[in-house]
Design a protein around this ligand. Sequence first.
Ligand code: BTN
Length: 339
Amino acid sequence: MSYDTEYLQVESSEDEFVILKALLETPNEFVSGSLLAEQLGVSRPAVWGKLEKLREQGFEFEAVRNRGYRITKEPEVLHPALVRYYAEKANTPIDLLYFPVIDSTNSEAERQISFGRRSPFAIASSCQTKGRGRLGREWHSASAENLYLSVLFEPNIPPQQLQHFTLWAGIYICRALQNFVTKAPLKIKWPNDLHCDGRKFAGMLTEAKMDADTMRSIVFGIGININSNPTSYPDEIRKIATSLYAVEGEELSLSRVAASVLQAIVSAYNACIQNQTTESLPEAWAPLSSLSGKPVTALCGEKTIQGIASGIDDSGALLLKGADGSIQKVRAGDVTLKK
Ligand code: BTN
């Protein structure tokens, strides 16, 4: 089977993963060179060579004679073996393909499935040349300090079972990212945006392939501004976008964030297909909503609806309360805060 794509994929070797796993499992202890050599089935000089390669990729190690090695620094950039390690640690083993540059991770996921790759799998990238957003918009994806990630599943079930998947994924991801951010609450702007301090830092795009009454494949894509500085954003988004770095004032580990987001996506998917969401959608959504209690305008095709955002219902529709107290439901559309 050939999985040839025109883009360069950076693969990390199984040996690198074995070394990182051995060292990260006991972060404060030294792991002897002979133990690593035994686990890899290679000589101790060969272990040294592999550590040198990891050093070139941004890892730093402390080496002490008669004790061994320990990791003193992980690279800030996305490292596929590191993502795999943290994802597996969070009980989310998933096939991850990393492309430093790609047109769109959602498009690559579709290509990979057409080449015959088995699902589920994830595509991660540091730069998209044709990142796409909702409603045919472009998703600015130039910065290597951000994360562009897609996960493809083949559910083969009626689509109704996954109709709330994107909303649940937003909830799970928002909660997961909050573990990395202490300075401000992270919120969801209905339906698919993540916000902080009134600015957008992430967007989600779900694309599905249907066949009669069956959802054959679903690609969940997310772009997250992580370590980029908003001053570098294009004029048209600088005032409305932010990054986790701008909020927290500190850079985050792209690999740890990617692993945590992967875990959130897979958990949300599993909860939806197994019908095991233990909370109700409106209750889970309420504390995370960026719009609640605020006056908003919803553009639904030709129609404009105004009202005070009052949460979502079980179907995921946004509820807008009019001046007369009546509730209007917005099932799809674009929502903006009224000035
Ligand atoms: C939006 O807010 O309009 C949704 C943006 C979704 C962007 C992500 S980045 C990873 C994946 N690949 C794409 O081309 N788009 C999604």
